[in-house]
Design a protein around this ligand. Structure first.
Ligand SMILES: [Fe+2]
Length: 169
């Protein structure tokens, strides 16, 4: 069975969140391994219960962090968390009903459930934090030009006309 493993591509660049994501990946992998080895339902149910418990804690911590930093997209991110919590709850209910859920189906669901969220939603938190840090550095005069694109825009503006507008996309 291929393992679900943590790798650098899942790193959002915020230490506390990355640490919890690592733990989540570990729990998902542990769960998939238990199912693959055909361990008793009580064990797989115990692991998925732990996974849900840890997920609740993680969502809570991540949401507190977004509040703390005034992350602008926190509203939609909260909604995405509610949806994820709901889908894992429904999946857990299915699992109780149908004892023959295959490892592949589980792996596909959990991978999509966790990895897609990290890559699509959580990654944006890290990107936003880095942009804000850049802005602070510029404000503090520690950095003059934030990106290559802005440097290029500035160079073009200087060479063309003094009124040329800078492209600050
Ligand atoms: Fe999240």
């Amino acid at each position: 069975m291929s393992h679900l493993e943590w790798d650098e591509s899942l790193c959002i660049g915020v230490y506390a969140i990355d640490k919890q994501h690592m733990k989540l990946v570990e729990l998902v992998d542990e769960f998939l391994e238990a199912v693959a080895r055909g361990r008793g339902d009580d064990i797989t149910e115990e692991i998925i219960a732990r996974l849900r418990e840890y997920t609740v804690r993680h969502f809570h911590d991540e949401e507190s962090y977004m509040e703390e930093i005034h992350y602008p997209a926190r509203g939609e991110h909260h909604a995405a968390h509610r949806e994820l919590a709901r889908s894992v709850k429904l999946f857990q209910r299915d699992l109780y009903k149908r004892r023959d859920v295959s490892v592949d189906v589980l792996r596909h669901f959990l991978k999509k459930w966790l990895i897609s969220h990290i890559l699509d939603c959580d990654m944006k938190i890290g990107e936003w934090v880095r942009k804000e840090e850049e802005k602070k550095k510029i404000k503090a005069g520690e950095k003059e030009v934030p990106t290559q694109a802005e440097q290029q825009a500035e160079n073009e503006a200087l060479s063309e006309s003094p009124e040329a507008e800078e492209d600050e996309s």
